[in-house]
Ligand binder design. Structure first.
Ligand SMILES: *Cc1c(COP(=O)(O)O)cnc(C)c1O
Length: 454
């Protein structure tokens, strides 16, 4: 016998419609694969059954909302109005037209990825790119893997995973976390290296390096750039030149992980790969999609014999880039070598003047009158982002939104975020600020329409 309560619950469950009925009532869902739709419907119905027949509310409406949420979770373009140029959550560095065209041509055709057109034989992968990367870095040689983390793992496994030489000397001031879940000590351990920490958080001397080197056990000296933060005050660490000289005397290789890989002069005097190599680092590693402005990649440049040896590591095969990345990086590096930096979006964004931005703000906002939001032109500061140049800000112009109908700033931000295309701004000084520096001029009209639709 069922208790009245149980009977009630069973009764409620019966009211939950069948999968077939829901599918019929939903009608055709053209923009999602049928198995995806079916999966969402089953999940939503099961969820309602689990809470003892929650037939309250609109079952079909709930399912439509769930489908909408699934659609939104697709990778899709968005309008970055945060003013953070290399936004880690927004895919870091966007690619310019020239790069995208070369990528599309390689992607949609057969290509000479590993084929030598002169001899008609199997050829080396990415020879051209490796040469241009070496030129860009003033290096004897260079190669490329999936990202800078992979570059570091490859370097550590190569130099420091064979006993008894497994020790990696690194300053305590450089045992940093870069981005989500990427901690230098953990990468070291995962690569089979043994951490030999020296100095203190704020102070490491050349003697610390000298004393830590054990000719039998030391595999490598590693210097890691403190990309995403800045330490001021009572801080000291030896220069790249000094560490390089010490490493050379001891016959230990010296690698500098630069992270952001600026190949141009920055206010913060960020070391360029060419700088670090000229000062005596044996190898440098850096990302392709931070200040270089290309696709996600990890570049390793420096001594020809080390680069050759790294490419012979069995592990290299697991970390190598695919043809799409190689094509995009090849064009990016060509543009950098020919000083066509206006074709590299992050570089073009960094160059935009306040006057240019103000003009765009005026043409976007002047037709936007009498809306449910008050639109004005404001001033703000853009950031480089991506853990690069943490002390650099660029004066910028933003479109400021305040609701004239009592909607909260959070609700305005949500409305902009969940629409198509999504627009992401930031709330500050009692406004929702849309920084135009990181909005492509080709998106200005779309942005205006999204504001008009609020
Ligand atoms: C960003 C960064 C990395 C990681 O680079 P990915 O390309 O994201 O793997 C490594 N080291 C430093 C110093 C960095 O700034």
């Amino acid at each position: 016998m069922q208790s009245p309560d149980q009977r009630g619950a069973t009764e409620q469950r019966r009211k939950i419609p069948s999968v077939d009925r829901v599918l019929r009532e939903l009608g055709p869902v053209v923009d999602l694969p049928r198995p995806t739709v079916l999966n969402v419907v089953r999940r939503e119905l099961a969820r309602r059954r689990d809470v003892a027949g929650d037939t309250n509310g609109d079952v079909l409406g709930g399912i439509r909302q769930a489908l909408e949420d699934v659609r939104r979770s697709r990778i899709q373009p968005l309008i970055n109005a945060t003013g953070v140029i290399i936004h880690t959550n927004f895919g870091r560095s966007p690619l310019g037209q020239a790069v995208v065209q070369s990528l599309a041509a390689v992607a949609s055709n057969y290509n000479n990825l590993e084929f030598d057109l002169i001899t008609g034989q199997r050829g080396g992968r990415a020879n051209y790119l490796e040469n241009t990367l070496a030129l860009l870095c003033g290096a004897q040689a260079a190669t490329v893997v999936n990202n800078c983390a992979a570059a570091l793992v490859l370097v550590l496994r190569h130099f420091a995973s064979r006993a008894p030489r497994t020790r990696v000397v690194i300053s305590r001031g450089e045992l940093v976390q870069i981005g989500g879940g990427f901690r230098i000590p953990e990468i070291l351990e995962a690569s089979g290296a043994e951490l030999r920490e020296i100095g203190t958080t704020n102070k490491t001397t050349l003697d610390d390096y000298r004393h830590a080197i054990d000719p039998q056990r030391t595999a490598l000296i590693l210097k890691v750039h403190q990309s995403n933060f800045f330490m001021g005050g009572f801080v000291e660490s030896p220069s790249t030149d000094q560490i390089a000289a010490t490493a050379r005397q001891a016959g230990v290789p010296f690698v500098e992980d630069l992270g952001s890989g600026a190949t141009f002069d920055t206010q913060e005097k960020e070391p360029t790969p060419a700088d670090a190599l000229a000062r005596g680092a044996d190898l440098v590693t850096f990302s392709g999609d931070k200040l270089l402005g290309g696709p996600q990649a990890g570049i390793i440049a420096g001594s020809a014999s080390h680069v050759e040896a790294l490419k012979k590591e069995p592990f290299f095969r697991a970390l190598r880039c695919d043809k799409l990345v190689l094509a995009a990086l090849q064009t990016t590096v060509d543009l950098l070598l020919s000083d066509q930096t206006d074709q590299i979006p992050i570089r073009a964004m960094m160059q935009l003047s306040v006057d240019q931005l103000r003009q765009r703000a005026e043409s976007i906002t002047s037709p936007l009158q009498g809306l449910s939001v008050t639109v004005s032109i404001g001033e703000t500061h853009s950031e480089i982002g991506g853990g690069s140049l943490p002390r650099t800000t660029l004066p910028s112009i933003c479109i400021d939104l305040v609701s004239s109908s009592g909607t909260s700033l959070e609700d305005l931000a949500t409305k902009l975020r969940v629409g198509t295309p999504p627009v992401i701004g930031r709330i500050a000084e009692g406004r929702l600020k849309l920084d135009l520096r990181t909005v492509f001029p080709s998106q200005d009209q779309l942005l205006a329409e999204r504001i008009r639709g609020l």
